[in-house]
Design a protein around this ligand. Sequence first.
Ligand SMILES: [Zn+2]
Ligand SMILES: [Zn+2]
Length: 390
Amino acid sequence: MDPIHDAAQALRGDTVALRRDLHAHPETAFEEVRTAAVVAERLRALGLEPRTGLGKTGVTAVLEGPRHGRTVLARADMDALPMPDEKDVEYRSTHVGAAHACGHDGHTAVLLTVARILSERKADLRGRVVFIFQPAEEIVQGAAAMLADGALDAIEPDATVGLHLSSMHPTGTIALRAGPAMAATDSFRLVLHGRGGHAAKPNETVDPIVMAAHLITALQPLVSRETDPVDQAVISITSIHAGTAFNVIPSSLELKGTLRTFAPATREHLRSRIVEISDAIVTGQRGRLEVDWREGSPPVVNDEAATERVRHIAQNMVGIDHVETGSLIMGGDDMALWLQRAPGCYWFVGASASDASTYPHHHPRFDIDEAALPLAVELFTKVILDALDA
Ligand SMILES: [Zn+2]
Ligand SMILES: [Zn+2]
C-alpha cells in the first residue's frame, strides 16, 4: 500500500503528455509566456489561485491544508535554451532556435503533477506548500527576479526542496549531496582600451591584442598558485573579440569569462585578483581597463538534516544501492537563492535510459528518459509531505 506511488504511476501518461507539450513549445529565459500560461491554467484547474507575472514570467501558488503547520517551498524551473533541437522525435521543438535541452520541461510537468496529487489530499495536509515555477534559470536571473518582485512577500518558509533530472545518472538512481553541491557562478566582461593604428607602425599604437595575450596567461596562476588545492575554483576565458583586418591594430578588445567557486572567501579573493591583475597589465601597457562584473548566484548548499531525510525516502523508493552521493558540480543553479530563504535539499533524479545513447545536458540531441518522470513525481511528493511533518 503506497498511495503516493500509485498516484504518481496513475498520472504517468498525463505527466508525459504535459512534458511533451512543453518540450514542443520551448521558451527561453524570461520569455516563458505560453509555459507560464499552461502552468497557471493547470493550477487553477486544481482550485488554486496562482500569482503570475512574478519576475516577468514566474508563477507561484499556495496550497494550504486545514491544519496550521510548516511552510515548504517546492521549486521547478521552466526555461529552455537558445539552441537548436536536433532530435528526431514527434515532440521535438517547434520553435526555431529554442530547445528544452536541460530537462526543465520535465521539472515543470513533474511539479504540476505533484501539485495535483497534493491538492487531492488537501484535507489531510498540515501546513502549506508554496509551488514556485521559475523563469530564467539558465541565465541565473529568474530566482532573483521573482524574489525582487515579491514572490515570497508574507511567506516565511521553513524548508525548500527541488530536483533536477539528470542524464548523467541512469533512470532509477537518485544522487544527492549534503553541504555545498553546486558552485557560485560569476561572469565578467573586460574591455581593453588601447589606441588603434597601422600594423606596420605598432609604436604609434597601444595594442590591446598584446595586452590580452599577457592578461589571459597571467590569470592562470590564480587557481594553480593562489587557491588552496583542496578548495575548488575555475576561471575560464570564454570569448575574445577584436580586430577586422590583417594590417590594422584595433583600438579595443573584449574578453568574456566566468568564475566558479564554493567558499565565499575564495570567491571574493579571486574576483578582486582578476580585476587587480587585469588592471595592472592593461595600465602597465598604457591601456585602460573597463570591468563589467556580473554577480551570479551563490553556491547551492544543501542542509545536512534535510538531505538525510531525502536520502532516506529515496532509499526506501529505489533501494540503498541506487542512491548515490553526488559529486561536486562546478555548474551553478539559482535554486541557491531559494535555499537561502530556508534550509532544504536540491537533488538529482537519474533520467538516462540504459538502452539508448545518452547526450549530455545542453547537447542539441539531449532528451530525458520519460520513465524517470513518475519516479520524480513520487519522490518530490514524498519529500514535500515529509518536510511538512519535520
Ligand atoms: Zn541547463
Ligand atoms: Zn537545468
